[in-house]
Design a protein around this ligand. Structure first.
Ligand code: MLC
Length: 523
């Protein structure tokens, strides 16, 4: 496999780094089936050739809403190889959400689960998509049928560093989702940085290969661009579970060395009796990483007591990939619970005060970032993009934090968010979007959606609703009415009907008062 000179396609980087033995295992699926590096290369080659046969333009979008499988990873790689842009979509998204995403990104190809073809095909056609194919979890579907007739050999289409590699949809405070445009440079630089910072390279240099326990979904940054890309670039083997299942994870851990997860993974593991989950099951592990939501210091401590491992917490987002991480190597400093660690190499992180001026260590302010990992902007939203960057080109994360404090000055601690955002089990939920759906229900005057503490999901979505006089809406019916309209993780776990929302003198709803009132709901 030759790397075309100057080709900045992420796949060219993956090719350059594949283990010398192409027949060694790359992916072990739960059903025991294994895929070698050669299988991954030839399989993604066939799919890439099929995509190329459609004669699309470089940068055309391939949108996929499919369940997790090794073939789904091949589809992602094939899209990059063919010079196209990958748009992964959460499998929980419902019709209205899909309609918005497809109309917005205007994909040339839509790949969906065979079971959802009848529902999704008309939506894709309405978005002027010419090619709709299916991919199932059991190596089935029309995509693989079409690809099976193609040659396995496929060149890696030349892409420049700034060329579009993927679009990731993130919800926003206005309720309208935005597509974050990520380039080949963004993906490659981050994967290569993590390879070194998290010790994959050191393991390789010692003649070993890591085994990643991969239980995250393949449609968000964490599972696709952090876990999968890091493993691919490291030449590591993946034990790929279709989803997080505590029994399957415990069964798989003894043959793995690294796991990445959202805090819910760790609290669910700790909820198991010590005889089922403890030092014995973690004996081959070298690293547990947590991200996508705040890890409680208490979880960090309990995990260390139980397993002897200090979870490495890191911080990133869809627009920026990974930004800050607790160190893996002791020489770079210790892992400090409650902090997200230090800025990754080449990543700039600063804290800005209300006046926009950088604050000294210890002072709380807005977290702003820059670096080769930071996206170029939102798809077809130049105004929104302009708003989210400072005049000198730093991205405003919307998170609030400080350097130093009780930790050394290079460590970042996040203390809050300037945006009204709920993070439930690692998924971001924007209240404004949910409030829009609730307010449209007959009999509702207005609503306030808030996040409250939840033992399993960290935060849970809760709705507080005001009804029209004389209307007798049942909270359970409101929740029921939302099902099928929005992804299930966005649906409030509880709803309450009250007479009036608390407001300040300016008339603004006091969500802090509501959060305080309902904080014990899931205690
Ligand atoms: C599932 N449900 C959720 C939920 N996940 N509700 C709220 N929050 C969630 N995260 C719903 C289910 O549909 C179900 O609803 C009910 O809650 C209970 O489901 P479950 O069976 O207990 O959930 P499960 O399928 O086990 O999923 C939980 C989970 C999953 C934590 C394993 O949500 C997950 O894999 N989260 C990872 C998210 C992630 O990858 N985030 C990365 C974003 S990238 P019902 O109605 O059917 O009973 C990012 C950037 C970065 O943030 O830095 O990483």
């Amino acid at each position: 496999m030759n790397r075309p000179r100057g080709n900045q396609n992420l796949y060219a980087e993956v090719e350059r780094r594949v283990p010398p033995d192409l027949d060694s295992v790359c992916i072990e699926a739960l059903d025991g089936l294994t895929y070698s590096w050669r299988d991954l290369h030839l399989g993604s080659g066939c799919i890439a050739n099929w995509l190329l046969s459609l004669r699309l333009k470089p940068g055309d979008r391939v949108a996929a809403q499919v369940e997790k499988s090794p073939e789904c990873l091949m589809l992602y790689l094939a899209t990059l190889r063919a010079g196209l842009a990958y748009v992964p979509l959460n499998t929980a998204y419902q019709r209205g959400e899909l309609d918005y995403f497809l109309r917005d990104c205007e994909p040339a190809v839509v790949v969906c689960a065979p079971s959802r073809l009848a529902e999704i095909e008309p939506i894709a056609r309405a978005a002027r998509c010419a090619h709709v194919v299916t991919l199932g979890e059991q190596r089935d579907g029309t995509l693989l049928e079409a690809a099976a007739t193609e040659a396995t050999a496929c060149e890696v289409i030349h892409r420049a560093a700034d060329d579009l590699a993927a679009i990731l949809y993130t919800s926003g405070t206005t309720g309208r989702s935005k597509g974050a445009m990520l380039s080949h440079r963004n993906l490659t630089s981050n994967a290569v940085t993590l390879d070194e910072f998290w010790g994959f390279k050191a393991v390789r240099d010692s003649g070993q290969r890591d085994v990643l326990l991969h239980a995250l979904p393949l449609f968000h940054v964490h599972g696709l661009f952090v876990a999968s890309n890091a493993a691919l670039v490291a030449g590591a083997r993946m034990l790929m579970l279709p989803k997080f299942d505590v029994a399957k994870v415990i069964e798989g851990l003894p043959r793995c060395t690294v796991m990445m997860g959202v805090p819910t993974f760790y609290t669910r593991l700790l909820a198991q009796p010590e005889s089922r989950f403890g030092r014995t099951q973690c004996r081959s592990m070298r690293l547990f990483i947590a991200g996508s939501a705040p890890l409680l210091a208490e979880t960090h401590q309990q995990f260390e007591q139980r397993t002897g491992h200090r979870i490495l917490e890191r911080y990133g987002m869809s627009e920026t990939l990974m930004l800050v991480s607790n160190p893996y190597f002791e020489a770079n400093g210790g892992r400090i619970a409650g902090t997200v660690g230090v800025a990754l190499p080449e990543v700039g992180v600063r804290i800005a005060g209300d006046d926009g001026v950088a604050c000294p260590a210890g002072a709380i302010g807005a977290v702003q970032v820059s670096g080769p990992n930071v996206f170029s902007g939102y798809w077809r939203m130049p105004d929104k993009t302009k708003e989210e960057f400072t005049d000198d080109g730093w991205f405003k994360t919307g998170d609030v934090g400080h350097f130093g404090g009780a930790a050394p000055d290079s460590y970042l601690t996040l203390v809050g968010r300037s945006k009204d955002l709920i993070i439930s089990g690692g998924y971001n939920v924007y209240p404004k979007e949910i409030e829009g759906y609730i307010d449209a229900i007959a009999g509702v005057v207005e609503s306030a959606v808030i996040g409250v503490p939840h033992t399993d999901f960290g935060e849970a979505v809760l709705a507080v609703i005001v009804c029209k006089g004389g209307e007798t809406l049942e909270p359970a019916n409101v929740v029921e009415a939302l099902k099928g309209q929005i992804a299930n993780y966005k649906i409030p776990k509880r709803a309450f009907i009250i007479d009036d929302l608390p407001r300040n003198t300016m008339g603004k709803v006091q969500k802090n008062v509501l959060r305080d009132r309902y904080k014990g709901t899931f205690a």
